[in-house]
Design a protein around this ligand. Sequence first.
Ligand code: HEC
Length: 684
Amino acid sequence: MNRLCLLLPLAVGCLPAAAQNRIGTGSVNELYQTYCAACHGENLAGGQGGSLVDDYWKHGSSDAEITRSIAAGFPDLGMVPWQGVLDDNQIRSLVIYIREQGQIAKTKETTAKTQPQGGVFSTTHHNFTLEKITQVEDILWSMEFMPDSSILLAQRDGPLWRHADGVNHLIEGTPEVWQHGQGGLLEVALHPDYANNGWIYLGYSEHTGAQEDGKDAGMTAIVRGRIKDDQWVDQEDIFRVPAEFHLSSGVHYGTRFVFQDGYLFFSIGDRGRMTMAQDVTKPNGKVHRIFDDGRIPPDNPFAEQPGAFPSLWTLGNRNPQGLDIDPATGMLWATEHGPRGGDEVNLIEPGVNYGWPVITYGMNYNGTPITNETARDGLAQPRHYWNPSIAVCGIDFYEGTVFPGWTGDLLVAGLASQELRRLVIHDGQILEDEIILKGQGRVRDVLSGPDGQLYVALNSRDPNFGELYRLNPVPAPQWQSLFDGHSLDGWDVVEGQSTVLVDDGAIVAVHQDASAMTYLVTAETYADFILEVDVKVIGNLNSGILLRGQRNPAIMDGRTHGYQMEIDQSSRQWTGGIYEEGGRGWLYSLEGKAAARDAYRPSEWNHYRIEAIGQTFRTWVNGVPTLHLIDDQTASGLIGFQIHRLTEDLSGGAVYLRNIRILTDQPANHHRSTTLPAEDTREL
Ligand code: HEC
């Protein structure tokens, strides 16, 4: 087994052949192929039975409803009940499998949406760039800021670094770590009163000579010490379990720290011995609470139970590698790795049993069930879970104001999914889950800096090293108004004779000319820009917004032509598509694009956003993405509005325009991501 597989035995390529891929193989895949594929298709895309991956559920979309669909079947519609043929565990595994496959089908869309453009990442509230701060030679497992803004970096295989002024300084004399499987130097954190007491806490896996069944055994331990002249000094033991609890497995050590009111909370994973997570006499598979000097609080929740491990705060946690306190509420949150499916976000409360492995939303990696139960009385439900797993890791409540739209939100790192997610929490409930970074490396940890900025530990493979990045916000957009609210300054009315005037803070163009198109065009030309405008059309007419429009006396007798974003009042409703006037005609129609067509509200004010950046065109109507086009015909030109000539079909009406603004200063910085795949018309 190579080193990577020792470290991450569940990684792709590390499992035995039968379960080589985490997703799509193993016995659940065989189960599906044997019993379901004939009707739902080999790839779940549908056949005699419907698609199971299109996120459309005729008979209910919850886990419970899908379970019922499979168990009870639809004999009248041609699906037999599977209850009796398959046991509850097998049906549960199929539900997880269907979810996984659905997620894979969706990944393409997510990946497109999260791809940076010109190095800029776009999210709902903020755009940002990534700046590399430093790197270490193995996985960067944890980081922590010092008051002087230097950064402590915990490298998985042992070294602790202090990054200052662009240089990593090795801290000499830190404890020896047991590099066994997922073990190593796991966590570094400053005492909240560090400024006065200088204490720094380290969490790591250690081997002190203990054996289990003749094999070296170890466990998660915590010490504190101080750093003087880059030397680790004054070390004190804070938490260490007796040798009888040391285990030989190489997985699920945890750990993360968080301090509150003189207490230290930390997690230890189940160490791969899942049933021990339910055993109060064992330290593994739990969140613990001790005093920050290592003493055990007498009022811990299991203190009364005979034989209970005295530091226990919770039970039934598989492998929590994220722990943080919500600064707004003081509530303690943890993320824990699920098995295949079922990564959890838990609100951590004293004495609560989180259920692992009695209940879980996941299954074994080889596709065999752990249990078919996802809920049971007396066992807490996760506040949020991911199926399939994202391999959830470090978390942090963002406390800065550099990204004001994220302040107070919980940021969550995902390893396998290579994601940074943003969860909006209110009243103990998760209201939103947005991916703000994807595909840039395994995200191990996330931290708000004292500068209010946000830092992530990314992990590249081949070679395997850890990198620290900062998310830098892009400068605020510099919009310019193209309409002063009372005059047509900056605009020309050309060609036809339709009337264009300003009335009540809006430009009004009345369609009157039967012989020619009238255009309202800018006096200036524009190359790359983002344009936003509100438009209302009344009556029976057609209009459009000219983008990089051309008026060349040598072409078409000087008539206005070029890209035109359609405003379509007819029942066809292709508003938001692009037609090339005087050229190739429709480059991007809305045929078959139901969501885009539904965005337009006839005869009402509609908000348009149009991005023309390089060869990429994107449009939104009332916030709904309507177009994503790559074309190379025209690099710059006029912006304008078409006032169509009257015809038999288009008998007239008026176009109203207001709030016309344009952004030409670094528009790529402010691009908005879209879920629409790009259509390329450069060869047309
Ligand atoms: C003989 C064909 C057949 C087989 C085999 C079959 N199904 Fe179905 N399945 C159907 C039909 C038909 C429907 C109902 C479609 C409808 O409502 O229009 C259906 C519906 C479903 C639904 C509900 C879908 C929804 O939109 O709500 C699920 C879930 C499902 N099947 C899962 C399975 C699984 C899992 C298996 C294998 C254990 C399986 N099916 C095997 C034919 C089949």
